[in-house]
Every structure is written in C-alpha cells, then in structure tokens.
Design a binder for this molecule. Structure first.
Ligand code: UT7
Length: 307
C-alpha cells in the first residue's frame, strides 16, 4: 500500500562557517588529497551560534515560505535528529514554538541516524492519510560536529552540520508515496555513536553499497516502476565512492545520483532534505525522485516522491 503525498515546499539552512579539508589538515594528520580521493568531500559547515533547533527553524521557515501556506495549517512536526541539544522539549516542539503555531500540534523527534529523514517522512505520510492532520512539517537537523572526536581522523573528516525541511499534505497521485524502511540490528556495532563515534568504515562502506541498491529495488518493485521512470535519485550524502559504486552496479550514469556532499560532507539526517532543497532550487520543474539512505542502527530506507 502506498501513502500518496504532495510536497508543498522544501527549505534548508547551513551555517556560514566553512571548514575546508586544508583546515582539517591543521587538526588531524590528513590531507586534502586523501579526503577528496577517498570521499569526494572538499569542505563542510560548522555551527558557531546555532543550536540544532535554530537550524531546524530556519530551514522550516524557508520550506513554509516556498509552500505559500499559513503556518497555522501545520498540525504535525516530526524532526529526525541524533544531535538535539536538549532531551526535552524536542527539536520539533521547539520549532513549533519558534514558528508561533497556536493550534493543535503533534510534535516529536525520531532517531534513525542518517536514515532518519526517510523514516520521518513515512511516519508523517502515514499520519496525514486519514486527514486527521492537514499539513506536516518533516525536518532533518544535525549539529554533528559538536560530537565528533577530533583525534580520530577516520571519522572527524566526514561530517558537517545543517538542516533541511519539507512541508507535505495528503496527495492524490497514487503513483507516489511508496516507502521501504528497515534495519539490521545484528549489524548495529559497525556504527556506534555514544560519547564518541566508533565506526568500522570499510564495513559501513560495503554494506551501504549493497543496501542502497536493494532499497531502491524494493520501492521500484512496490511501485511497479523502473529506474528510467525517474528523473534522479537523491541519496544520503556520505561518500562519493559509495554512490559511484551503486551507480556502476545499477548501470546508470553517476550523475543520475544527485550529490552536494562536496560542499557539506555527511550531515546525517539532514543530508537528504538539504540535497532535495538544493536539487529543487536548480530543477524548478516537477521531478519524480527516489530518496535513499542508510546509517547507524544499521538503518536504511528508500522513498518515491515528486517535488
Ligand atoms: O552515514 C554513514 C556514515 N559512515 C560512512 O559513510 C562511512 C563509510 N566508509 C567510508 O567512507 C570509508 O571507509 C572511509 C572514508 C571512512 C575510509 O576510507 P577507506 O578507503 O575505507 O580507508 P581505510 O579505512 O581502509 O584506510 C586506509 C588508510 C589507513 O592507513 P593504512 O592502515 O593503510 O596505513 C588509514 O589509517 O588510510 C588511513 N586514513 C587516513 N589517512 C589520511 C584513515 N583516515 C585518514 C585520513 N587521512 N583522514
């Protein structure tokens, strides 16, 4: 069963402070050449004054402006994050307050690591089907540079901060709103973010290449569509080499997979909505897309939407 949705607006916010690979060379023993060739990342953003909810709010404001709706129509906010600055109120709840929403509002955060945005989108899409909720705001926001171990060159060069947001309502197009979200708890040791990040990069890499293709195939099967029926894929922005390997395996041009990780690194749950927002800004006409992500847990998922 699919969950037809209509995307009304997408926005994003990234901090203005840029940390280049050359800046990283001053912090850990690494090089621009190593980071670029192994990951594709050239620079990332880092918060200065911003908290996770500040970025979530600014991304949401842009999404609402693009959606051209009255903010009071929003009655559901879900934020995907692993880097909230407070346990409670949740980021979603804080954003509701910052937006000045006065009506009934269901607001909560979810944690599905880097796959969080696709999980949140499925939950929101499901909740709006019964028309109990009119319009949902779905956010991915992270201040992940605050929890990095700057003595571990394997991980600290990969991540950056930012937020993306999307306003949706129930849609009529039955070809849209297919989701596949799942996890492999037996693999949860390969990426463990507690006090510090522990990651087996090689294992994550290999598993990601495999599971991205499988997740895409799952939503294609559900929707009875082919890859050729889509304008592009918006993947989680973790590593250019992971994306190239998937493209090669699926026998499509690498550019079929939209990337902006060169500028922002891996922003965890924010990576897909930031990429979507930039994609939409440069592709204003309607596009049919596959979103696909993976992350700690080990979580993974894909979705079919039109923006
Ligand atoms: O949202 C999910 C988040 N996680 C991921 O997406 C991670 C997926 N994995 C990866 O992106 C890659 O595995 C990495 C980029 C983390 C590492 O690339 P790799 O090609 O798998 O390198 P490696 O771990 O096999 O390490 C190769 C060498 C090692 O040196 P030796 O043992 O061969 O002498 C590392 O110590 O590269 C060394 N190395 C570095 N050198 C310079 C590791 N990190 C760095 C660094 N700068 N930052």
């Amino acid at each position: 069963m699919n969950l037809p949705i209509k995307v009304l607006g997408i926005g994003h916010y990234v901090p203005s402070k840029i940390v280049t690979n050359h800046d990283m060379e001053k912090i850990v023993e690494t090089s621009d050449e190593w980071i670029t060739s192994r990951t594709g990342i050239k620079e990332r953003r880092k918060v200065t004054f911003e908290k996770t909810h500040d970025m979530a709010f600014l991304a949401s404001k842009e999404a609402i402006k693009k959606a051209k709706i009255n903010v009071q129509e929003i009655d559901l906010i879900i934020c995907a994050t692993i880097t909230e600055n407070k346990k409670t109120p949740s980021v979603a709840n804080l954003v509701g307050g910052m937006l000045g929403i006065e009506n009934n509002l269901m607001s909560f955060d979810i944690n599905a690591a880097c796959t969080g945005f696709i999980y949140a989108l499925e939950i929101a899409s499901s909740l709006i089907q019964e028309k109990k909720f009119r319009k949902a705001l779905v956010i991915g926001a992270e201040t992940i540079t605050n929890i990095l171990n700057y003595e571990d060159r394997n991980t600290c060069i990969l991540f950056g901060d930012g937020a993306g947001a999307m306003v949706i309502e129930k849609g009529a197009n039955k070809n849209l709103g297919y989701f596949y979200n799942s996890s492999r708890p037996d693999m949860n040791q390969v990426l463990d973010i507690g006090d510090k990040i522990k990651m087996d990069g090689r294992k994550v890499f290999l598993f990601a290449v495999d599971i991205i293709e499988k997740s895409i195939n799952q939503v294609l099967k559900q929707s009875k569509m082919k890859l050729e029926d889509f304008d592009n894929v918006i993947p989680h922005q973790a590593n250019e080499r992971i994306i190239s390997a998937v493209a090669k395996s699926m026998q499509v041009d690498k550019d079929f997979f939209f990337t902006n990780l060169q500028k922002y690194g891996n922003t965890s749950a924010a990576s897909i909505p930031i990429a979507l927002s930039e994609y939409k800004a440069s592709n204003p006409k309607s596009s049919r897309l596959i979103l696909v992500g993976f992350g700690g847990g080990f979580t993974f998922g894909a979705a079919i939407i039109e923006v």
